[in-house]
Design a protein around this ligand. Structure first.
Ligand SMILES: Cc1cc2nc3c(=O)[nH]c(=O)nc-3n(C[C@H](O)[C@H](O)[C@H](O)COP(=O)(O)O)c2cc1C
Length: 201
């Protein structure tokens, strides 16, 4: 085995080593409200769901080079609300475009002509073309070094009809294929190669 010390000799490489190994990562395309009421959208793949009681998600915007928080983190702190939009292959290009660094208050949804739709339980709209969206209230924000972990409680889920089996009250995993994030700045994977493994009794 090759041993890598991420706190000393390999500290500069921690990001690329960890994001190369811990794959695929899900993508939260997070919408928040700017101070002027316009909609901010940005993708975050330091993201996952961490529990169901209460329904808990966490995503982590890193600070910018000058130490200032990213717009999404700033908006979450100010408004206490965000929406996680999930991303499938059809939306990939549009999602990546919103990762551009724009001056605070410039709306990615207006710039990229992304249609939004009203949410039910938060004032932040969701991205209309997203296959599913999680309406969240900020539980807390933990600052650890340059990372701001935004913990959110999911109040409401919006999911496209085709992806929900109403009879069984289940997401149709055989149809819902969000994009995964892989290592490197531009690496992604598809999630349609599913198989099952039975657990022991
Ligand atoms: C697929 C993808 C995943 C990303 N994940 C993260 C992440 O987890 N944390 C982060 O700080 N930036 C991440 N970024 C970069 C941000 O999206 C980018 O810095 C964006 O401009 C932040 O926007 P904001 O200032 O409007 O919040 C990611 C970019 C892409 C394309």
């Amino acid at each position: 085995m090759i041993e890598l010390d991420l706190l000393t000799t390999h500290a500069d490489m921690a990001y690329s080593i960890l994001t190369g190994l811990v794959t695929p990562r899900p993508i939260a395309w997070v919408t928040t409200l700017n101070e002027d009421g316009s909609v901010n959208a940005a993708p975050f793949s330091f993201f996952n769901v961490f529990g169901a009681e209460p329904p808990l998600v966490i995503f982590a915007p890193g600070d910018r080079g000058d130490g200032s928080p990213k717009d999404t983190a700033r908006n979450c702190r100010r408004t206490g609300e965000f929406v996680v939009n999930l991303v499938d292959a059809a939306l990939g290009e549009a999602m990546v475009r919103t990762a551009a660094s724009l001056p605070y208050g410039t709306s990615e949804t207006e710039q990229g002509k992304l249609a939004t739709a009203a949410s039910r339980t938060v004032s932040v709209p969701r991205i209309k073309a997203a296959p599913a969206a999680l309406e969240c209230h900020v539980h807390s924000i933990q600052q650890i070094g340059e990372n701001r972990l935004v913990l959110g409680i999911v109040n409401r889920v919006q999911v496209r009809k085709a992806f929900f089996d109403e009879k069984r009250q289940r997401i149709r995993g055989e149809k819902f294929h969000p994009l995964g994030r892989m290592g490197g700045p531009d690496g992604y994977c598809r999630t349609d190669g599913l198989f099952e493994m039975k657990r022991p009794e």
